[in-house]
Design a protein around this ligand. Structure first.
Ligand code: COA
Length: 169
């Protein structure tokens, strides 16, 4: 399988925040943002693998900034690292100022997707090549995050999480 760049998976989704998508104080409902990020991330993972992909875990979400009703929200997703059958996808969420057009970072998240065949069995994915400094930084930390997710899910024993242990010794 030919390795692919992170850029090749880049997916950008821009949409408005409508009244039906807000909480009682007129900010975007958290679950709505999670769904938007899941959709963008799944397209990025699909572009990288060219397979059916399923969400395996949401590794990290930071709702740092509320997103008001009427905002123009852009979700950018890119595969940050590919393992054997799984892919880590990084999401950056931006709000666009109506008058200046400038973008402010509102939130970020990290999801894991697994490529599967028609029966739901995991299948291998191409290697990912990071190019920019940010892509390399995210790529290098991804194994640590994968081990943490597996330990938390009870799928890896803590003493096998070598990358995690290296953080503390
Ligand atoms: C995700 C899924 C395919 C993994 O199946 P599995 O039987 O655990 O398969 P494996 O143990 O072979 O793991 C496959 C890959 O998933 C990764 N994985 C499994 N659980 C994970 C978790 N909680 N976090 C991160 N990665 C995980 C494994 O590390 C492995 O990655 P690798 O091949 O790149 O090393 C399976 O659990 C599934 O189908 N889940 C439901 C998915 C779904 O419906 N999502 C929508 C939610 S509503």
């Amino acid at each position: 399988m030919q390795p692919k760049t992170a850029e090749a998976s880049k997916t950008i989704m821009t949409d408005l925040v409508l009244p039906s998508e807000t909480n009682p104080i007129n900010n975007l409902f958290g679950g709505e943002l999670l769904a938007r990020m899941d959709r963008a991330a799944s397209i990025a993972a699909r572009r990288h693998s060219r397979r059916i992909v399923v969400t395996a875990s949401v590794n990290h979400v930071a709702f740092n900034r509320a997103i008001p009703l009427g905002s123009v929200v852009t979700v950018e997703a890119k595969v940050s690292r590919a393992f054997t059958t799984s892919m880590e996808v990084f999401l950056d969420v931006w709000i666009e100022d109506r008058e200046s057009g400038n973008r402010d970072k509102a939130n970020e998240a990290i999801y894991t997707f697994v490529a599967v065949d028609e029966t739901g069995k995991p299948v291998t994915v191409p290697e990912l090549i990071p190019e920019t400094d940010l892509e390399k930084e995210r790529f290098n930390a991804a194994l640590r995050r994968k081990q943490l997710a597996l330990v938390l899910a009870g799928k890896m024993k803590p003493h096998d999480a070598t990358e995690l242990k290296a953080l503390f010794v």
